[in-house]
Design a binder for this molecule. Sequence first.
Ligand code: SF4
Length: 316
Amino acid sequence: MKSFTYERAHSPAEAAAAAARTPGTRFIAGGTNLLDLMKLQIETPTHLIDVNRLALDKIEATADGGLRVGALVRNADLAADSRVRRDYGLLARALLAGASGQLRNKATTAGNLLQRTRCPYFYDTNLPCNKRQPGSGCSAIGGFTRQHAVIGASDACIATHPSDMAVALRALDAAVETVRPDSSVRTIPIAGFHRLPGSTPHVETALEPGELITAVTLPKPVGGTQIYRKVRDRASYAFALISVAAIVQRDGGGCVALGGVAHKPWRIEAAEAEMPNGAKAVTAQLLADAKPTPENAFKLPLVERTLAAVLAEARG
Ligand code: SF4
């Protein structure tokens, strides 16, 4: 691990300003992803700002009937919250499908959104990777691509986003609250928070340099039957080959977001008009522009079959 300097933040605005002042700064909270990447020298921050003591660890009701989840709420605590379990079951199930109990006790809401891809070539510092080293090339293209994206990829990167929580948040229309280095605050809809790779796959979110996530807000509950189904190579502690987050309403409508298929949680609202017509119709629209490789083409029928099972379960 390369040496770095360290400080504890005393307020969100102060942390953001300090991060903007010092190039090479990273915020650290749970550290469940960042510390691994630092040990491998994939991330080499010169300065760490520890945000763990900021008062961002509460889950509070909002005036419009939703919930405001502090950036430092641990994944285990969010999944166990009675309001989340009752009104946002999709989110609780997605959280419990991720990582392990020990990791969920440390990992935070903001950190979960910001975790890096699990593309194996990203982790091999002997090989080119545009996400790790911009302009160096992409070793996955032409390589082993079973886990990689089938839609929304580019000639520069075909990685997927690993978060389960983010897929549920996309289906729930959550928003991300932040503070910028000039102390201004803003709200970023989750739909626009994660980016597709384009020619700059190392830029993964809409965050500006120094900008700090302070909370995630959930709109008022929409009801329905909420199911998160994750398909993976082993029963636990594995990332999704694909996942389906669905909210199914009594009239047959609802919404669907997918994980494991793209560089960001994948949702196309226009496809949801097809929900009463079944999984095949929805999948045809969701993945209309898919460009799978021979190794990951199985993901397309897997999405359709998984969504069919989810819809059947939701409709009893
Ligand atoms: Fe790197 Fe993305 Fe290519 Fe993986 S797919 S090697 S993360 S550029």
